[in-house]
Design a protein around this ligand. Structure first.
Ligand SMILES: [Zn+2]
Length: 397
């Protein structure tokens, strides 16, 4: 079988970037990836529909008993924003100065493509795996990790021996083992409209919302522990609107808040506190407040000395010739969902990409991408062959 050259590897990345998968259309990415594996009938390919045109892809290689390593990447990207800020069409995957430019070049189609190419190379070289590797390619990571949530619920991440999330970590220089969680909430305040000359006939929804606003900021300050890697909890009210016209008492107002959590505090602590405030205020005359949450994610605690990190460090040294930095991330990722699966395993984030995520002129350096391919291929083998990993699996078998 013909072995892939660098040109072909870069072309695969470009093809994936050229598919516009802004919060939708992941099926096209899944289909393209599947097509690359069509010449290997031994690969188990499953498409798991989340919504029309939004399929997750689960691809498993290896038939021998042994540990199963999970590799994951999301197929969606965020919107390109103002096209005039881009030097090239964000879906052209233009190559210039040894970089590939495009939406998702860093976050995270280069990580996803590198995983795909690494698997293809293992298959092309007919390497007998001492276990299995499962690629979990997800939909909707950027808007709530619901693809990962669905795959977890349906059991696709059960009993993994470890998970690697190929999100960008500063040109493969960092191994991220802990990450903040996130809670986005919305509070709606209902009042009663009246002429502003007779405010006593109405209920001012803005006034009531502002009472909540101050109380929430103050009361959440009690979650004041500091994580040695991630820092403290952050809480910000980031959107607010209300009122109908300047000479009417407002009958409706709403705000949105964003909390970035740390492993010391499960998300439930924040729900409990916010709901306590709402319940207290709703006891008062005229208050009618309601709270909802969108896409909450738990923080990932992780252990800096877990076996998967030790293996990744060693592979990093061997393949890339340098020591990786073990660190934390302020952003949530699909790992938070997959870690809810059955079994006890650890996850790391390690992937190619620059510091241009979600920005115009997003790019990945070609050498960074090709390094990622080399790393993933070797890491998968090192992980599956690791005595400690194999021992834990046989103990749980
Ligand atoms: Zn991402």
């Amino acid at each position: 079988m013909q072995i892939m050259n660098d040109q072909k590897k870069i072309e695969i990345l470009q093809k994936i970037i050229q598919i516009n998968s802004v919060n939708s259309n992941e099926t096209q990415v899944a289909d393209y990836i599947s097509s690359l594996f069509s010449k290997f009938p031994e690969v188990d390919i499953q498409k798991i529909a989340y919504a029309p045109n939004r399929d997750n892809l689960v691809l498993t290689i290896g038939k021998n008993k042994g540990p199963m390593l999970g590799l994951t990447g999301h197929m969606d990207v965020v919107a390109p924003g103002n096209l005039e800020d881009w030097n090239y069409d964000p879906f052209s995957a233009t190559i210039a100065d040894d970089k590939v430019y495009g939406r998702g070049a860093t976050d995270m189609k280069s990580g996803l493509a590198a995983l795909v190419v690494a698997l293809l190379e293992l298959l092309e070289h007919k390497i007998e795996l001492p276990g299995k590797i499962r690629l979990l390619a997800t939909v909707g990571e950027e808007t709530g990790e619901y693809g990962a949530a669905q795959l977890t619920k349906e059991g696709f991440a059960d009993n993994l021996a470890g998970l690697l999330v190929a999100e960008p970590t500063s040109n493969m220089q960092n191994i991220v083992y802990t990450a903040r969680g996130v809670i986005d909430y919305k509070v709606k305040s209902y009042g009663k409209t009246a002429h502003s000359a007779e405010p006593q006939l109405g209920i001012n929804a803005i006034d009531n919302l502002i009472v909540f606003y101050h109380l929430a900021l103050e009361r959440l300050l009690k979650f004041n522990k500091t994580d040695p890697v991630l820092g403290g909890v952050t809480h910000n009210i980031t959107k607010i609107k209300g009122g109908e016209q300047v000479n009417s008492i407002p009958s409706y107002a709403e705000l949105m808040g964003n909390i970035r959590t740390i492993p010391d505090y499960p998300n439930q602590y924040f729900y409990d506190e916010l709901e306590k405030i709402i319940a207290e205020l709703n006891q008062k005359e005229g208050f009618k407040l309601a709270i909802t949450y969108s896409f909450p994610e738990e923080a990932i605690s992780g252990k800096p000395d877990s076996q998967i990190i030790k293996i990744a460090q060693k592979t990093h040294q061997t393949v890339l010739g340098s020591a990786a930095k073990i660190t934390g991330s302020s952003g949530a990722n699909d790992g938070a969902e997959f870690l809810q699966a059955k079994g006890d395993f650890n996850s790391i984030e390690l992937g190619p990409g620059s510091n241009t995520s979600h920005q115009s002129n997003e790019y990945v350096e070609i050498s960074d991408y090709l390094n990622a391919v080399k790393f993933y291929k070797q890491f998968a083998l090192d992980f599956l062959q690791n005595k400690q990993i194999r021992k834990t699996i046989s103990e749980t078998d």
